[in-house]
Design a protein around this ligand. Sequence first.
Ligand SMILES: [Zn+2]
Length: 297
Amino acid sequence: MIGNNETDLSLFEFQKAFPTENDCLKYLSNEKWKDGFVCKKCSNTNYCNGIKDFDRQCTKCRYLESPTAGTLFHKVKFPLVKAFHIVYFISTNKKGITSTELGRKLGLKQKVCWLFKRKVMKAMDSSKNFPLSGIVEVDETFVGGSDENAKGRKKGKKKLVVVAIEKKKNGVSRFYAKVIDKANAENLGDFMRTTIEKEAKITTDEWTGYKPLEKEFVNMSHKKSGKKGENFPELHRVIMNFKGWLRGLHHHVGDLQDYINEYTYRFNRSFMKGNIFDNLMNRMIKTPPQTYKMIIG
Ligand SMILES: [Zn+2]
């Protein structure tokens, strides 16, 4: 760990912590095996050092493992110092950072940054371990198309997204969102089961898709949404901010859900300050390697 919960991790502090490849490997090794070494082949817990620095070799079956093996840093074709910078910029820039900007800052090709950024976004997927609680609101919205307000927009390009917010003191403390194909009880229920506590005080609009879920979510009530969702002002502010951020990216390509994950990840961890880098690195280490094909889909 290099951050703390009190202050943001400055670029200066970050660069001081990771000046060389060896510093990065040391960090990965410490974090990956912080609960002890377990051989992937035979589950033996004793190891000796490998040939390269920070590699570990099983003393029983001789299986050799590098600190990057089995993580999203597996086979990264550019220096780890730069890969760490990408994770730093993505986790600490309030609005994220484009692959073009990353390329310029780090002297890498935009395409290289784009691919690695997609991997980081995979690590930002919700753990589903922290469901929303207390006062919660749920609604759906359409997202996408090249221009939200353009004339003759194609509804076919728009995606339906269900959004849930947790309210605290006139604001929104956390939120989750998911792309769905239809706003039926099955899809809404799947989303709500993984993101909201059963006892939460949930308010939705009067859409029929929510009615069958009243048995499960016992404190659910409904109210008229209003023409532009004016009865759910905080929820619609969150949606507008997200859409504005998405438009600002210009060339967002690929899975809308990945962009939702990136946005909600940062939003829901704004309290983490300096720890957000360590948190995202830990997820990078725990997420299995992704091939180009897996990312393109
Ligand atoms: Zn072994």
